[in-house]
Write a new protein. Structure first.
Length: 335
């Protein structure tokens, strides 16, 4: 029975965890490059050097004795985001949308925090509570991304992001992650965000899932997904494609956002992107990986690689993509 199921998944073009780990990550991602993306601060500095737009860095805190400086760092800013530089899956991210003169800080949900609560959160980050492997971490404080109006009815209490899988420099699959009340305003599928498969060719919505089940509208706003089209789509694809040169990683997940004022920007990169993007797209990655592997010479220009992907991976040109079974429940290890 298990063997039959494995054969069925392969026939549908689904890439599983073992194939991802050994056929893609181990083969195309040199381990010495992992720190470039596992550390969000290093990624940010690398992106800035490459001329790629990222959220503004407001401050960092590395040592416990510097937690007392937090009030002074935060005071000039009405809104901000606190992140662990080595966190994963949205863990440890704290979003503040406003604060008052009484040192009360407000989350998107309306929940109120005191300065002492934020200091405790920062201290926990430094101690490694949210980092990969529980190692000591650094706190990164960034400007808050402003919601693009196109997503006003498609997201709840947070900022959606766009995950694009890039293989050998070519964008091969994309997914929009929409925040919900269940996800506490975070774009994390395992916490209840909605994953929307996106057509590489057009930037339009294809299919949406929440907790592995198909959904036709946003659970909080009730807005249907049938008319959703992501603006600046070519620019987003080109930014993702350029991460190949920026990092040297052959298989990566680029997480991008649309800021109301600054437009497309990168928020982080992942050397071990999860596989639930296949569920959101109702399509397997394997045929797309096979096509890119058949290319002898990688085009040196991100713009040309993007045009190639738009031509070959548009839904109208991927007739070999097939409907897939409920795989989300089996992907709890996805990041």
């Amino acid at each position: 029975m298990l063997l039959a199921s494995a054969k069925k998944l392969r026939s549908l073009g689904i890439i599983g965890m073992n194939q991802r780990n050994f056929g893609l990550i181990s083969r195309y991602n040199p381990r010495h490059l992992y720190p470039l993306v596992d550390d969000k601060l290093k990624t940010k500095l690398l992106a800035q050097k490459a001329g790629i737009t990222v959220p503004t860095l407001l401050g960092t805190i590395e040592f416990q004795h510097d937690v007392k400086l937090l009030s002074k760092i935060l005071q000039p800013y009405e809104q901000f985001v606190i992140k662990p530089t080595k966190g994963s899956g949205g863990k440890g991210i704290l979003v503040i949308i406003k604060h008052d003169d009484h040192q009360q800080y407000f989350k998107p949900s309306g929940e109120t925090l005191q300065l002492a609560d934020i200091e405790r959160h920062v201290s926990n980050i430094i101690s490694g509570l949210h980092s990969l492997g529980g190692k000591p971490d650094t706190v990164m404080i960034e400007s808050l991304i402003q919601l693009d109006p196109v997503f006003a009815d498609y997201s709840y209490e947070g900022i959606p992001d766009i995950r694009i899988i890039v293989f050998r420099g070519y964008p091969i699959m994309a997914m929009l992650r929409l925040t919900t009340h269940a996800s506490d305003g975070k774009a994390n599928l395992h916490q209840g965000a909605v994953g929307v498969g996106i057509d590489i060719g057009t930037g339009s919505a294809l299919h949406a899932v929440q907790f592995g089940e198909t959904v036709l509208h946003h659970p909080d706003t009730q807005k249907t997904f049938s008319e959703l089209v992501i603006p600046h789509w070519d620019k987003l694809l080109q930014l993702a494609a350029a991460c190949y040169e920026m990092t040297g990683l052959g298989y990566l997940g680029a997480d991008l956002v649309l800021d109301r004022d600054k437009g497309p920007m990168i928020i982080e990169l992942n050397a071990r992107p999860g596989l639930s993007i296949q569920v959101a797209n109702f399509a397997g990655l394997a045929p797309r990986v096979t096509l890119i592997e058949s290319i002898g010479q990688i085009d040196p220009y991100p713009v040309q690689r993007t045009l190639f992907s738009k031509k070959h991976f548009a839904r109208s040109n991927t007739n070999n993509d097939q409907t897939i079974p409920r795989l989300e429940r089996t992907r709890k290890a996805d990041r």
